[in-house]
Ligand binder design. Structure first.
Ligand SMILES: *[C@@H]1O[C@H](CO)[C@@H](O)[C@H](O)[C@H]1NC(C)=O
Ligand SMILES: *[C@@H]1O[C@H](CO)[C@@H](O)[C@H](O)[C@H]1NC(C)=O
Ligand SMILES: *[C@@H]1O[C@H](CO)[C@@H](O)[C@H](O)[C@H]1NC(C)=O
Ligand SMILES: *[C@@H]1O[C@H](CO)[C@@H](O)[C@H](O)[C@H]1NC(C)=O
Ligand SMILES: *[C@@H]1O[C@H](CO)[C@@H](O)[C@H](O)[C@H]1NC(C)=O
Length: 171
């Protein structure tokens, strides 16, 4: 194996380790209302991990934390004043801290552009009413025009109606 090859392989290994300590490989999603749900895609030691996140837009900064307890590889936090930083320019940094075998604290972190990690809340309280051969379908939304003005113009709800054994089934 040439020196260059060895150097290249070490560099790749180094890059891999720097990029992903891979005890957690943390990422987060948000409902874009109040919650940040952070999860690990890699299963590390069966120890509780502390997850901390801070998010900011141009003006404000908020932070929060939660504890992940394997085997559950996610935890949800509700940073105070979270709604004050929700915009398309919001960035978050999340990190997971955990002890290694020697008891030293290690960390795994990620940077997120928040709006690329939205997991929308589903419509609530769907109702179908019938009258004079017509059906009205209505539902409540977790998102309101006032509080979620960044999001509401872009929301679309897809409703599927199918007849199921004489019943009308709405999904
Ligand atoms: C870590 O997460 C990133 C993005 O979430 C993913 O592309 C990558 O495959 C993950 N790495 C591992 C080792 O799971
Ligand atoms: C948080 O995210 C994880 C992983 O995507 C998911 O399994 C879990 O149900 C989510 N928790 C909540 C409260 O939405
Ligand atoms: C937010 O950050 C401050 C300052 O670093 C820290 O004292 C506080 O504990 C953090 N809050 C949470 C919920 O982690
Ligand atoms: C949340 O916002 C209120 C009102 O703007 C402010 O007084 C309070 O200090 C904020 N809390 C945090 C943790 O930023
Ligand atoms: C359906 O909604 C329309 C408009 O709100 C209303 O006029 C009508 O009475 C409703 N029909 C039924 C069956 O609920």
């Amino acid at each position: 194996m040439s020196v260059q090859q060895t150097a290249f392989i070490s560099l790749v290994l180094l890059a891999t380790f720097q990029h992903c300590a891979c005890v957690c490989n943390v990422t987060c999603s948000t409902d874009f209302i109040s919650a940040l749900n952070c999860s690990c895609s890699v299963h590390g030691p069966m120890l509780p991990y502390r997850v901390e996140a801070d998010c900011s837009d141009v003006l404000n900064r908020v932070n929060g934390s939660c504890e992940m307890r394997p085997p559950q590889l996610w935890c949800q936090m509700e940073p105070q004043n979270f709604s004050s930083i929700l915009s398309f320019g919001t960035n978050c940094r999340a990190r997971v801290k955990y002890p290694n075998a020697e008891g030293n604290e290690l960390e795994d972190y990620t940077h997120l552009t928040l709006y690329q990690h939205i997991r929308l809340l589903p419509p609530l309280d769907m109702q179908l009413t019938e009258g004079s051969g017509m059906y009205n379908l209505s539902w409540e939304m977790a998102y309101t025009e006032d509080e979620n003005f960044y999001l509401t113009p872009h929301l679309m709800y897809r409703v599927r109606i199918q007849a199921a054994e004489g019943l009308l089934k709405v999904t």
